[in-house]
Design a protein around this ligand. Sequence first.
Ligand code: FES
Ligand code: FES
Length: 173
Amino acid sequence: MAKNTRSVNFTLNGQKRSFETRPDEKLLTLLRREGYRGTKYGCGQGTCGACTVLVDGRATYACLLYAMQAEGREVRTIESAGTFDDPSEFQKQLVAAGAVQCGYCIPGMVMSATALMETETVLEDEIVKEYMDGNLCRCTGYEKIWVALRKTLDKRAAEGGKPAKKTAKGARK
Ligand code: FES
Ligand code: FES
């Protein structure tokens, strides 16, 4: 990188990492240039949710956060959520429901749903909507995404899945 850079250190998908960044670089730009391209650039203005990552467990627009603001924090991207060969339950349900069209919104959806499932103990529709309403989809009309998420949550509840502690931290504000 050019002059006027400095180091930023944070945990990325479970590993302590150090990157060179400029003071004006956004976290989204840093992640993508470092190869974490599952995190998408959509509006760049904090409205579409395509860039959603988790920062200390909270769903966060990576296009709005300066990379330097990640110093000392825990960042998770879609690359931590599942793989092609070992998808998460929500990713499986999205495929089963035919909820993925262009797919551009899906990484952000998955990360917001992750924040939801790791934070809330009561997964009623209103709470679910609070977590997901920062994620836009231009293709699907939302219905199939909703079906996939609801099935994921209901399956988790039926299996006695462990929602995390209620921290009131995970929803994007
Ligand atoms: Fe960040 Fe749209 S690219 S909210
Ligand atoms: Fe295309 Fe959601 S599937 S934007």
